[in-house]
Design a protein around this ligand. Structure first.
Ligand SMILES: *[C@@H]1O[C@H](CO)[C@@H](O)[C@H](O)[C@H]1NC(C)=O
Ligand SMILES: *[C@@H]1O[C@H](CO)[C@@H](O)[C@H](O)[C@H]1NC(C)=O
Length: 225
């Protein structure tokens, strides 16, 4: 009897202590929490403030436009469109968002991470080479690359926080949907974060950090700022 009690307690304890692993964004404490669109708010909470549910409408839970590509910035090589809490207020507290990416042939979505979300991509058109880096537990100065060539209908996942990239290896445009388990996944583009910071990271730090000369660092700053 006491043995079963011990095992049951252990199982419950392990479940409770591990359960935050399954939920990155806050779990909702109400049925709906449609975000108030108030850019002047001076109250900051972990998420957005809910509007009175009486004033919620179907349009708060609706978005359109993923049937067409976003507008590519000149030279960007592709375009992305995201439906997240910032343009679909009904997503507030739901821990989910989606996007569409269109990438020109032989162009790259450069090394980046999403600090708050795992990303799941589904290729709709074209051929992608996608990969992510996992720190090697035996030597954290090394990593392992997990990568795949992806065709229409293929799905690939980039675990939360890990550095990843997508490259269009085909000879026509590639289009894919991208889903996140966060209402606001965040984006950190590694080269731009480091070489385009404001204020800039001092030369001595960057030259030593990347084992490059000041001239090379200047060149990288110019490219990524
Ligand atoms: C995309 O969908 C919108 C409706 O949400 C529609 O107005 C538009 O014509 C569609 N565009 C194309 C190219 O299908
Ligand atoms: C929020 O309001 C701003 C202007 O105040 C507007 O540009 C933006 O589209 C609005 N966002 C939503 C999701 O309604």
């Amino acid at each position: 009897m006491s043995m079963w009690w011990f095992v049951t307690t252990l199982v419950i304890t392990v479940f409770i202590s591990n359960s935050p692993v399954y939920a990155y964004d806050n779990n909702p404490l109400q049925d709906i929490c449609v975000a108030v669109n108030d850019s002047h708010t001076s109250v900051f909470v972990n998420g957005k403030i809910c509007k009175n549910p009486k004033f919620a409408t179907a349009n708060d839970f609706f978005a359109s436009g993923l049937n067409v590509s976003g507008i590519a910035a000149p030279g960007a090589g592709g375009a992305a469109k995201f439906v997240d809490v910032n343009n679909m207020p009904g997503l507030n507290t739901l821990g989910i968002s989606i996007g569409r990416v269109d990438l020109e042939p032989q162009r790259l979505v450069p090394f980046h991470t999403h600090p708050r979300a795992t990303e799941l991509i589904t290729v709709l058109d074209g051929i992608l080479y996608a990969g992510f880096l996992v720190p090697d537990p035996a030597n954290f100065f090394k990593s392992r690359l997990f990568s795949k060539i992806l065709y229409p209908g293929d799905v690939f996942v980039f675990p939360i926080g890990l550095i990843h990239f997508q490259f269009n290896v085909g000879n026509k445009k590639a289009t894919y949907l991208t889903a996140f388990n966060s209402q606001n996944p965040g984006f950190i583009f590694i080269p731009n974060s480091i070489f385009g910071s404001n204020p800039p990271i001092p030369d001595d730090v960057l030259t030593q950090g990347f084992q490059l000369s000041k001239t090379q660092i200047t060149e990288l700053r110019r490219k990524f700022s």
